[in-house]
Design a binder for this molecule. Structure first.
Ligand code: ZN
Length: 187
């Protein structure tokens, strides 16, 4: 009985899961991630149950928003300057909204806010590469916490960009190729 009670989710939590599924977050991520501050992870069954309640197609399916690749270490997926620009738009958006707090743990809602703004910005900028997936956006926020990734400032271009210790191309501003302030400066 006690277990049942603990597993029961409130309608607002179920709706939150529905929103995240529509946006294209994967079920494994939603099962394991701490979606609410101080709350336990939802677990596979809760997410599965919430997902079964959705009728029809998900928003990401209807609009063909990319949901892959889902990189647990987003830096490893950065293999071209186009990718680096996409990740930079997202990382700079996080920094614009939350400043140095990006290196603490952003909440799921904050990740969504940044992802939403990134999506709008990249559309007006014209597509450079494939849109970053929601899962990768979440993992980026965790990469910033573990200091695998940084958001240095390029004074030439007046922009912030993404820089990861794991990226496959040079750590530098994706626009002018100079090394900015706060970059990892690996050599
Ligand atoms: Zn630059």
């Amino acid at each position: 009985m006690r277990d049942q009670k603990q597993n029961r989710r409130s309608p607002s939590e179920t709706l939150f899961i529905h929103l995240l599924l529509h946006l294209g977050f994967s079920k494994p991520l939603l099962s394991e991630a701490h979606l609410r501050e101080g709350a336990k992870a939802f677990g596979k069954r809760s997410v599965e149950r919430a997902s079964e309640m959705i009728e029809g197609r998900l928003a990401h399916q209807m609009h063909q928003w990319p949901t892959r690749p889902s990189n647990k270490v987003p830096g490893k997926g950065v293999t071209s300057n186009g990718h680096l620009i996409e990740m930079s738009l997202l990382a700079a958006t996080m920094y614009y909204l939350y400043g140095e707090r990006v290196h603490e743990e952003l909440s799921m809602q904050e990740v969504i806010n940044a992802f939403d703004l990134y999506t709008n910005i990249r559309e007006s900028a014209g597509a450079v590469a494939k849109r970053v997936s929601p899962d990768t956006a979440f993992y980026l926020s965790r990469e910033l916490v573990s200091h695998y990734a940084f958001i240095p400032y390029c004074s030439n271009c007046g922009v912030r960009y993404y820089s990861s210790v794991e990226q496959k191309i040079k750590n530098a501003c994706p626009f002018c190729k100079e090394v900015g302030h706060g970059d990892c400066n690996l050599s």
